[in-house]
Design a protein around this ligand. Sequence first.
Ligand code: IMP
Ligand code: MG
Length: 184
Amino acid sequence: MTAVEINGHQIEVLFTEAEIAARVGELARLVAEEQPENLLVVPVLKGSFIFAADLIRAFYRARLLPEVDFMMLASYRDKTSSSGQVDILRDIETDVRERDVLLIDDILESGRTLAFAKDLLAARGANRVFTAVLLDKPGHRAADIDADFKGFDCPDKFVVGYGMDMAHAYRELPFVGFVMNPCG
Ligand code: IMP
Ligand code: MG
């Protein structure tokens, strides 16, 4: 595996730019095969913003005609209980009634964030609510949810890059990696 040094920290590359680009194109084609109707795409900010930007442009090549609105959620993890709270920091402005919706997130981990968003949009009257995630970390699932479309299975490590951060740093990396020496 390749490691990159950034500001004195070693970042081990898990998924390269080329691997991500190829997989994003495949995901767009898989979404198109579902023939979504009146599609609204909803990236869940912030970590999904680069994945969403690439996936939405791949939708153009897959001949999908989505509308796009944004949601920002904060989930508070309580390690002592299985229920965590999710707050809406920014809601979509779009009426989802009788539309197909695709939620986009960076990582599916406990599943609380996406389960909350999916239930919310279904309760507002969306037809089908699909979920697309770049990475799936299945080891810590607390909510009963699986992604309809996922890029890659992710090892149980804290990953950064391609929109994902550690204390708001590393979002700019065009690849996904993990910090080998976070305190060093
Ligand atoms: P959950 O599925 O509700 O636990 O939330 C997953 C969210 O936690 C993701 O959207 C990320 O914002 C964040 N997250 C989980 N694991 C990581 C990681 O390894 N790096 C960066 N963010 C992460
Ligand atoms: Mg997130």
